[in-house]
Ligand binder design. Structure first.
Ligand SMILES: C[S@@+](CC[C@H](N)C(=O)[O-])C[C@H]1O[C@@H](n2cnc3c(N)ncnc32)[C@H](O)[C@@H]1O
Length: 289
């Protein structure tokens, strides 16, 4: 709220509206639900958004933010405030049946959008072990990727998150400070939901969707996505004649002690924000071509 500084009359794009926490707080300030677009790819989140905002004139889109933003760009829309609060929601992690949690038993699912057919089961039970190894290295930075991929291939079929956790735990043999399944589960989730490609492909669209002077804030939860955001912001800011963004955060903002005490999942959150530079006398080309 401090960085976006929502004010009465602002238009608002929530790229990951989830259960509506941020949207509620921001729309209270802007008081213009008719200028708000709320996106989420998860049906449970969209059902909740419909309960919260369905009777207002806010537009709710059930889709991934890349496809939704392509449509908004072609409709020549622009927004004063844009927020992306990336990754999974607490209900994803808390409900074993969604398959995201290594702490609860559930199917090998991990889809945010349950209309897609590609699940964690597809990777675990059908991908070649070399491809599983690559996923665990690239998306989990897992140092035992090859051993885990080998163990997965040797223990197929694997039906549940607890069976998968047990296979990973056996590879570590008790020699891990954290839960040994953490990195593998992160990697599978990123692969199932194509999270990094969608983020990298969407950032240029978000730039186009910002009105001159508009602000964009992105909250990420692991270094792979934070790196993509940081590099994109750096490439479009600075003292160059063609810079289109001004950094509002030189370093990422972390949740403070009080917030992490209430919400331990905020511990790994990093927030970066930018403003789109207003150019005097130059007509914005953000929506052209
Ligand atoms: C951390 S939660 C957001 C919580 C939300 N800010 C709130 O206040 O309730 C992330 C949400 O983003 C959604 N999500 C993640 N990646 C997405 C994408 N590429 N497109 C659309 N929604 C996405 C997830 O389904 C999840 O509901």
């Amino acid at each position: 709220m401090r960085l976006l500084k929502p004010k009465k009359g602002d238009s608002y794009l929530d790229l990951t509206a989830g259960y509506g926490g941020h949207s509620t707080a921001i729309l209270e300030k802007t008081a213009r639900p008719d200028l708000a677009v709320l996106i989420d790819r998860d049906d449970q989140a969209v059902a909740e958004l419909n309960k919260l905002f369905g009777s207002s004139s806010a537009r709710i889109i059930h889709d991934d933010f890349y496809r939704a933003c392509k449509e908004l760009v072609s409709s020549k829309m622009q927004f004063d405030l844009i927020l992306a609060d990336l990754g999974v929601s607490s209900p994803h992690l808390n409900e074993g049946s969604r398959g995201f949690s290594f702490q609860q038993d559930g199917p090998l699912d991990m889809r945010m959008d349950r209309r897609q057919t590609f699940t964690a089961d597809t990777i675990i039970n059908h991908f070649p072990k070399e491809e599983i190894d690559r996923i665990l290295k690239d998306y989990g930075e897992e140092s035992k990727a090859s051993l885990i991929a080998e163990a997965i291939a040797n223990n197929r079929p694997i039906y549940s998150t607890s069976e998968l956790s047990a296979v990973i735990a056996a590879v570590y043999g008790g020699h891990s400070r954290h839960n040994p399944a953490t990195k593998t589960f992160q990697a599978l989730r990123i692969a199932v939901n194509n999270e990094l490609d969608l983020l990298a492909d969407s950032l240029p669209l978000w730039l186009r969707l910002l009105s001159p002077g508009g602000k964009l804030a992105v909250i990420s939860f692991h270094s792979l996505e934070d790196r993509i955001v940081k590099q994109f912001f750096a490439a479009h800011s600075g003292n160059r004649y063609d810079s289109s963004l001004k950094l509002l955060t030189k370093h990422p903002v972390h949740a403070n002690f009080i917030e992490t005490a209430h919400n331990p999942r905020a511990r790994s959150a990093k927030l970066r924000a930018v403003a789109k530079i207003k150019r005097k006398g130059v007509v914005s080309n953000a929506n052209s071509g």
